[in-house]
Write a protein that binds this ligand. Structure first.
Ligand code: HEC
Ligand SMILES: [Cu+2]
Length: 339
C-alpha cells in the first residue's frame, strides 16, 4: 500500500468522520419536527397513524436483522448441518408471516374504523374545496350563518371537527400531516375527514395530488387555537371589514373596486362578493398569500397584485401591471389592514 492510500485510509478512520455523520443524522432527525411532519403529530388521527408507522418500521427492522443473521449463518455452515431445516421452512416461511400479517391486517381494520368514526357528533363542519390552485374554506356551526375563508384552516383544540372536502375542477388531495391522513378531493363527490386537533400551533398542509402547473404552490396554513380563542376568532371573523382610517386606505379600497377586483373576490361588509377567487375579508391576518406562496406583508401584496402571473404562472388571476405605484401601494395597504 503506498503512502497516499494509507493517508486516505487513516482519514476515514479519524474519529471526526463518525462524529460528523452523527451530527448530520441529528439534523436529519430535527427535520422530522415542524409545521408539516407526520412524525410530529398534533392530532388524534396523526398520532394513531404515527404509532402504526413505528410498529411497522421497528417490526420490519427486527425481522430484517433476524433474516440476515440466519442467512449469514446458513452461508457459513454446511447446509446439511443447519438444525431443524423443515421446521424453519414451515415455521419461518408459512406460520410466521401468516400470524404477523393477519395480526397487522386486523390492527389496520380496527385503526381505519377508529379514524373514520373519530367525530360522530362534530361541533364544527368545515367544507374545504380545492381550486387550481387555492383552497376555499367554509365553516359551519349549528345555528349560525356559514363563514367563508380561504387558504387557511383555523381549528379549535380538542373539539370534534369534520372536514368535508371536494374539488371545483380536477382531483386534488388534502393533506395536513400534523393532524391526519391524506384524503382525495374529487369533483362532484364529498369525502369526509374527521379531525381532532390536540396541540395549539401553526401547521402547514399541502395538495398531495398533482393538479397542474402550480401544484407545488398549493399549500395552506393551519392555525390550531385553544377552544375559547377559537370562539373569539369566529366572532371577530363575522364582523364586516374595518372602515379605512386614513386617506391612503380609503384610496386603496376605492381602487379595489375601480379595478374590478370584486368580480372575483369577496370582502365581508362591502359590495365585493366574487366567488372566483379566495375570500379576502381577513387576508391581512392570514400568514401567507396565494396558497402558501408568499408571506403576508404590504410589499408582498403589492408584488402579487402587480405580478400574479409572474409569481404563479397560469393561475386564474391576471397581473395588474398597469397601475401607478401609489395606487398599488394604497391597495396593498388596504388589503393588509383587513384583519
Ligand atoms: C379573474 C378573477 C380575478 C380578478 C379580477 C382578481 N383576482 Fe385576485 N385572485 C384570483 C384567484 C383565482 C386567486 C388565487 C390564485 C392562486 O393562488 O392560485 C387570487 C388571489 C388573490 C390574492 C391572494 C389571496 C389569498 O388568499 O392568498 C390577493 C391578495 C388578490 N387575489 C388580490 C386581488 C386584487 C387586489 C385584485 C384587483 C386588482 C384581484 N385580486 C383581481 C382571481 C382574481
Ligand atoms: Cu391541487
Amino acid at each position: 500500500m503506498n503512502r497516499a492510500n494509507r493517508r486516505t485510509e487513516r482519514a476515514f478512520l479519524r474519529p471526526g468522520l463518525p462524529i460528523a455523520a452523527l451530527a448530520l443524522s441529528g439534523f436529519a432527525l430535527a427535520g422530522c419536527e415542524g409545521r408539516q411532519s407526520a412524525l410530529d403529530a398534533a392530532g388524534v388521527s396523526a398520532r394513531e397513524i404515527l404509532a402504526t408507522t413505528w410498529i411497522l418500521f421497528i417490526g420490519a427492522g427486527v425481522i430484517f436483522v433476524l433474516v440476515m443473521a440466519l442467512a449469514l449463518y446458513a452461508a457459513l455452515i454446511r447446509p446439511e448441518r443447519f438444525p431443524g431445516r423443515r421446521a424453519w421452512v414451515i415455521g419461518g416461511g408459512i406460520l410466521f408471516p401468516l400470524v404477523t400479517l393477519t395480526a397487522l391486517q386486523l390492527h389496520e381494520f380496527a385503526l381505519a374504523r377508529r379514524l373514520a368514526t373519530l367525530t360522530p357528533e362534530p361541533e364544527l363542519v368545515v367544507e374545504v374545496t380545492g381550486y387550481m390552485w387555492w383552497w376555499d374554506v367554509r365553516y359551519h356551526v349549528e345555528g349560525q350563518e356559514p363563514l367563508r375563508g380561504a387558504n387557511e384552516l383555523v381549528l379549535p383544540v380538542g373539539r370534534q371537527v369534520e372536514l368535508r372536502v371536494a374539488s371545483a375542477d380536477v382531483i386534488h388531495s388534502f393533506w395536513a400531516p400534523s393532524l391526519a391522513g391524506k384524503i382525495d378531493m374529487i369533483p362532484g363527490h364529498v369525502n369526509r375527514l374527521p379531525i381532532v386537533a390536540q396541540r395549539p400551533g401553526l401547521y402547514r398542509g399541502q395538495c398531495a395530488e398533482f393538479c397542474g402547473a402550480q401544484h407545488a404552490l398549493m399549500a395552506f396554513d393551519i392555525r390550531v387555537l385553544p377552544a375559547d380563542e377559537f370562539d373569539d376568532w369566529m366572532t371577530a371573523q363575522r364582523r364586516p371589514a374595518p372602515e379605512p382610517v386614513t386617506p391612503q386606505l380609503a384610496r386603496g379600497r376605492d381602487a379595489f373596486f375601480s379595478f374590478g377586483c370584486q368580480s372575483c373576490h369577496a370582502v365581508r361588509g362591502t359590495e365585493a362578493a366574487g366567488l372566483v377567487g379566495p375570500d379576502l375579508s381577513r387576508v391581512g391576518a392570514r400568514p401567507s398569500l396565494a396558497a402558501g406562496t408568499l408571506p403576508t406583508r404590504v410589499e408582498t401584496l403589492a408584488a402579487w397584485i402587480q405580478g400574479a402571473q409572474h409569481i404563479k404562472p397560469e393561475n386564474r388571476m391576471p397581473s395588474f401591471d398597469v397601475m401607478d405605484g401609489e395606487t398599488l401601494d394604497a391597495m396593498a395597504a388596504w388589503l393588509e389592514s383587513l384583519k
